[in-house]
Design a protein around this ligand. Structure first.
Ligand SMILES: NC(=O)C1=CN([C@@H]2O[C@H](COP(=O)(O)OP(=O)(O)OC[C@H]3O[C@@H](n4cnc5c(N)ncnc54)[C@H](OP(=O)(O)O)[C@@H]3O)[C@@H](O)[C@H]2O)[C@@H](O)CC1
Ligand SMILES: Nc1ncnc2c1ncn2[C@@H]1O[C@H](COP(=O)(O)OP(=O)(O)O)[C@@H](O)[C@H]1O
Ligand SMILES: [K+]
Length: 508
């Protein structure tokens, strides 16, 4: 699903009105009706008090339409106009009058702090104060209202955007922003919903198709893509009946040190479970018996070092090499990594201590084969690219970095973001149960396996990240967030792949 800059969405709005020969009021009715349908699909009809807070722009107009439709269905609705300005939009006014025509209850206007109503824990709040038109932080009594809604423990449903959140820039500390449980957003998800700094304001995000002109939308520059099940299915290549293990490539996993042999076994096992034809592990010799015992499907090659890698030598021809998990960053291992980099001409996967070595030895970056995949978590990224001001600045700096060295970056987080060239892909699978040691080692193995099967490094990063998250979701369904461990993610990769072929909306 495409994510567009919001300024283009406003243009899409105008083009739709022109091309579909409708009025802006019709479009508002259409958008708000979609939101209304989503709301009632989640609510039992009944006496639960619904408080709609409507601003005076078009976001407020949406709120008024939703209130009118809910009242028509017999819901218990109170409408509060958040009267922060006299500049009421045309469609706000049209819908204000339509609401008044219904008779009581009359919308209540709020113009100051003491007019803010009590909000009970049992209320449902519909937040239609500001949408994509927010152009400065909320202040004064409007900020107090936002803060009061947040403190109320009521269920909060934001329309289009949580009010107070900018669609295209990061808030500063101290800004009051609605913390929604659910955000019903129109036509295109907004990038800020997926960034760690701002994502928690949106809560669960539901994107509502409001029928904006598709031709115009497809002519727009895409800011990012939210990876979905369909995209993964499109990328997936079925296996050939007459294939053999050589068809799906040989993955070489290099890493481990005394006390950290488990990390490479996690990576190698995940690679095997993700379709790699053959997997070899290269490790210090203290790992030999452990690895041969826990993973009989993998071949094991020993380094001359007992507790750490000293000098990487092998005489096989892998399709892909994954380096770094549990390797440590001693001078000797760093030297071995440098020699490895000098000898490899095809894209690699670099994780964990491999990334830390790159950070400490920036001259190694020039040795990385183009299109190599780097998989940093935020701290590893910070060591690689330095500090950033905010999450948007982080993305800009990461892009500049990867383009300088022609790399693919997998920025691991609650929503992992994959960057390549000027393209950005956002992952929407996964859960907090995956915040468990070794989950990243598993991801490195999944991505490695897809490269070994002939997928491009970018495709492997996208499909691998999505499946890893989906497998994590399936593991959590069976085991709980707390009860799952990294190896469980690996155990569910097969099911996550099978699920791709089910015609099941829930798996998207
Ligand atoms: N495009 C689409 O696809 C569709 C969009 N639709 C809906 O339209 C929404 C966008 O509506 P919008 O442009 O009228 O802006 P909105 O968010 O209501 O706020 C603007 C008002 O807020 C004001 N203002 C701003 N910041 C402020 C502050 N801190 N404190 C106080 N005031 C502040 C600003 O005032 P001014 O800057 O003029 O002082 C202006 O009056 C969009 O989110 C969606 O819900 C659908 O109906 C149809 C399809
Ligand atoms: N809250 C979360 N929601 C979704 N995915 C998560 C969450 N926390 C962690 N993950 C995923 O788990 C993996 C953790 O990787 P990493 O931090 O490298 O762990 P480790 O170093 O222990 O292997 C990443 O793929 C990350 O996206
Ligand atoms: K809103």
């Amino acid at each position: 699903m495409n994510i567009y800059d919001v300024r283009y969405l406003a243009e899409a709005d105008e083009k739709t009105i022109e091309r579909q020969e409708i009025t802006s009021t019709d479009l508002m009715e259409r958008a708000a009706t979609e939101a209304f349908k989503e709301i009632i699909s989640r609510l039992e009809p009944g006496p639960v008090p619904i408080k709609v807070f409507a601003g005076i722009g078009n976001n407020g107009g949406d709120g008024l339409v939703i209130a009118r439709l809910l009242l028509g269905e017999g819901y218990n609705v109170e409408v509060f106009i958040v009267d922060y300005s006299r500049n009421r939009s045309k469609d706000f006014l049209i819908n204000y009058n339509k609401l008044k025509e219904l008779g009581r209850p009359w919308p209540v206007s709020i113009k100051s702090e003491d007019e803010i109503p009590e909000i009970a824990e049992t209320d449902i709040v519909i937040d239609a104060i500001f949408g994509i038109g927010l152009n400065r932080p909320a202040e004064g009594w409007v900020a107090s209202l936002i803060s009061k809604i947040n403190l109320s423990s009521a269920l909060v449903i934001a329309i289009d955007m949580p009010s107070g959140l900018f669609a295209d820039k990061m808030p500063k500390t101290g800004h009051d922003i609605i913390k929604a449980h659910l955000t019903l957003t129109f036509q295109s998800p907004k990038l800020v919903f997926y960034l760690p700094q701002t994502g928690s304001y949106a809560g669960e995000v539901e994107v509502l198709d409001i029928g904006l002109d598709q031709d115009f939308l497809s002519s727009l520059p895409v800011r990012a893509k939210l990876i979905d099940h369909i995209q993964i299915l499109d990328m997936y290549r079925p296996r050939d009946k007459f294939s053999h293990k050589g068809t799906y490539g040989h993955s070489l996993i290099i890493g481990g040190s005394y006390g950290k042999i488990g990390s490479i076994s996690l990576t190698a096992r995940a690679a095997l479970r993700s379709g790699a034809g053959m997997v070899s592990i290269y490790a210090p010799s203290c790992g030999y018996e452990i690895l041969q015992t826990v993973l009989p499907e993998a071949m094991v090659i020993m380094d001359e070092g007992d507790k750490e890698i000293m000098n990487i030598k092998y005489d096989l021809k892998p399709e892909v090499v994954c380096f770094g998990m549990g390797a440590g960053t001693s001078g000797t291992t760093t030297g071995a990594f440098r020699n490895l980099l000098e000898g490899i001409k095809f894209p690699m996967v670099i994780d964990a201590d491999g990334l830390n070595m790159l950070s400490k030895n920036k001259e190694f970056l020039k040795l990385l084969p183009p299109q190599s995949v780097l998989t940093p978590h935020p701290r590893e990224l910070q060591r690689l690219i330095g500090d950033w001001e905010d999450d948007l600045d982080k993305l800009d700096k990461a892009m500049e970095f990867l383009n300088k060295y022609s790399l693919v970056m997998v920025l691991k987080d609650a929503h992992t973001i994959i960057l390549s060239g000027n393209e950005m892909y956002i992952n929407d699978t996964g859960n907090p149960g995956m915040a468990t040691a070794g989950a990243g080692d598993v991801l490195a193995g999944v991505i490695t396996a897809f490269i070994s099967q002939g997928y491009s490094p970018l495709e492997a990063a996208i499909i691998g990240t999505w499946l890893h998250g989906r497998a994590g979701d399936l593991a959590a369904n069976e085991l709980s967030y707390e009860g799952m461990i990294a190896g469980d993610i690996t155990n569910y990769i097969g099911k996550a792949i099978l699920e791709l072929f089910k015609n099941d909306e829930d798996s998207s």
